[in-house]
Design a protein around this ligand. Sequence first.
Ligand code: ADP
Ligand code: ADP
Length: 227
Amino acid sequence: MVKVDLDHVYKKYDNASDYSVTDFNLHINDHEFIVFVGPSGCGKSTTLRMIAGLEEISKGTLKIGGKVMNDVAPKDRQIAMVFQNYALYPHMSVYDNMAFGLKLRHYSKEDIDKKVKNAAEVLGLAHLLDRKPAALSGGQRQRVALGRAIVRDAPIFLMDEPLSNLDAKLRVSMRAEIAKLHQDLKTTTIYVTHDQTEAMTLADRIVVLKDGKIQQVGSPLEVYNKP
Ligand code: ADP
Ligand code: ADP
C-alpha cells in the first residue's frame, strides 16, 4: 500500500555550487526495509530529509503511495522520523515527549493517552513515563525516540543512524527491536547507517551511495558477498 518512489531526484542546496544528490532513482516497495550506506557526505541524510519534506527537492518527483509529495508539508506526509541524537525535549517528561507530536496534530486527550501508553508498553517504558530524558540511559532515550515514531501510526519510518550513539551491546539489542517493530507495525522503513552489520541484518535491499549518486542497489548478499 505505501510505496515510496523517487523518480530522478536531484538536490542542490542554495549556497552550494554542486548537486548533493544526483539522479536518485529508486522504487521502494510496501513494507520493504531499505538501508542507505556510503561514506560521510555522500547524500544519505539529504535524501532522507527530502523524503520527510525537511528539504526541498530541486528536480525530480517524490511519490508516496503513488501520490506526488514534492510540495506536501512534512506533517502531512504520514512519515515518522527517528534521529541519531534522539531529538527529545529535555524539559518534558517521557510521556510528554511521546505525546507532543500528537498534541500538535490535535488528537484527543483519550486518544493520546491510549497511544502513548501502548507504545510505552511495547518498548518497556511504562514505568518511566514521568522521568525527564536526563534521568534515562542511552538505550531508554532511544526507546523514547522510537516511541514518538510509533504513536504516530505512520506507515513510513525514516531512521537516520538511530543507534550510532549507543554502545556496541545495546546496538545489537536495539537493532533486534527495530527489526521487530518493522515486522509488527508493517512499516516501510528507510534506514541510514555506517554500520555494515546493521545493514546486513536489517535490510531487504541496500542502497550504496557515493558522491550523491546511487552506486549499487541489491540484497545484503549481493552487496557484501563479493567474489
Ligand atoms: P551524508 O548524510 O551521507 O553524510 P549529507 O546528505 O549530509 O551526507 O550531505 C551531502 C552533501 O551535501 C555534502 O557534500 C554536504 O556537505 C552537503 N550539504 C548537506 N547539508 C547542506 C546544507 N544545509 N547546505 C549546503 N550543503 C549541504
Ligand atoms: P514528532 O514529535 O511526533 O516527531 P514532528 O516531527 O512533526 O513530530 O515534530 C513536531 C514539531 O516539533 C515540529 O514542529 C518539529 O519541527 C519540532 N521538533 C521536533 N524535534 C525537535 C527538536 N529536537 N527540537 C526542536 N523542535 C523539534
